[in-house]
Design a protein around this ligand. Structure first.
Ligand code: NAP
Length: 292
């Protein structure tokens, strides 16, 4: 049976991967960086020697790498600090995984596209419009060139329960529960992805010999405002507190791809686990124990 290492299990995608691996009965080891995660080892991917040491000690067959600096506006304003993690850190992991003979599963994003004509297939030409998007694309290129065995999974607008409470839907539910209004852009279109569904499909693909790039994303397109309203309905919260705005009015540091989202025909053809759309994903989330 495969031994899995999840680098960044303290983040949303990483925790869902780790939980799903444990539920499947797989041997799984986790790491965290700044956010303590029970039974996990501390690892900062900037430290190349530490990664090499950990991989030697653990001997994983598969290394999942969701770890990244994911705050898009922070990356825009701190390009060197974020590059050290999102590009140089990834390079360190690739080299260590090669040395340990492990397969690498890297998590990337539709922010590598400009958002002029999404949703995007795996073959669509990339054209990032933010520092974060450029860094994720550079990491993808490095992996494709140098990793001995890899899968790049692109995903988008991931939502679900998470200990750090950062994702859009988690923050929306929290604000609406507290009776606070929330401004939500009407002009950002994407294919929201339920974290549990992403984790289960990613693990099933990680354990195949598939190589290259694959999209895993929700099966329908929706704008952020409609997505938020559907969440309010499903969680029985006041949708009148959701205020439609244009992205430009939010004065964010980094540009967002407006017509984004990912096409999933390829993954649907190879995965036995069906992709859920945002309505079903939100309903599944509502049935899970609330972490707020
Ligand atoms: N969330 C989305 O909507 C979305 C959409 C598209 C693609 N993705 C991609 O999916 C991946 C996971 O996203 P996420 O939402 O789960 O991110 P997240 O919740 O922000 O988690 C990021 C993880 O990376 C770890 N990390 C950060 N800096 C590190 C470092 N220097 N060394 C080691 N670990 C470090 C964090 O550890 P600590 O918290 O312990 O510091 C955390 O475990 C990312 O690569 C992202 O680009 C996410």
């Amino acid at each position: 049976m495969n031994k899995h290492l999840v680098i960044g299990a303290s983040g949303m995608v990483g925790e869902h991967l780790f939980t799903a691996l444990r539920e499947l009965g797989r041997e799984a080891i986790a790491t965290y960086n700044q956010t303590f995660f029970p039974s996990a080892s501390h690892l900062n991917i900037i430290d190349k020697d530490k990664i090499t040491e950990l991989l030697k000690a653990v001997g994983p067959d598969i290394v999942h790498l969701p770890a990244a600096l994911t705050n898009v506006d922070y990356c825009e304003n701190h390009p060197q600090e974020s590059y050290a993690i999102n590009v140089a850190g990834v390079q360190n992991v690739v080299q260590a995984a090669n040395g340990a003979g492990a397969r690498l599963v890297y998590f990337s994003t539709d922010y590598i596209f400009d958002g002029k004509n999404g949703p995007y297939s795996e073959e669509a030409p990339a054209n990032p419009i933010s520092e974060y998007g450029r860094q994720k694309l550079e990491a993808e290129h490095y992996i494709a060139l140098f990793a001995k065995d890899y899968l790049i999974i692109r995903t988008t607008v991931v939502y679900g329960w998470e200990r750090q409470g950062k994702n859009f839907i988690y923050r929306l539910i929290k604000s609406l529960k507290e009776g606070m209004s929330v401004k939500v852009p009407v002009d950002q279109i994407g294919s929201p992805t339920y974290a549990n569904n992403l984790a289960q499909i990613a693990i099933s693909l990680a354990e195949t010999s598939l190589r290259g790039v694959l999209n895993i994303a929700g099966s329908s397109l929706v704008n952020r405002y409609e997505f938020a309203k559907k969440a309010a309905q499903i969680f029985s919260l006041d949708e009148n507190l959701i205020l439609p705005v244009k992205t430009a009015s939010l004065s964010q540091s980094a540009k967002r791809p407006m017509e984004a989202g990912l096409l999933t025909a390829k993954v649907s053809a190879v995965s036995t686990i069906p992709i859920v759309d945002y309505k079903d994903g939100l309903a599944m989330m509502a049935k899970e124990q609330s972490l707020i």
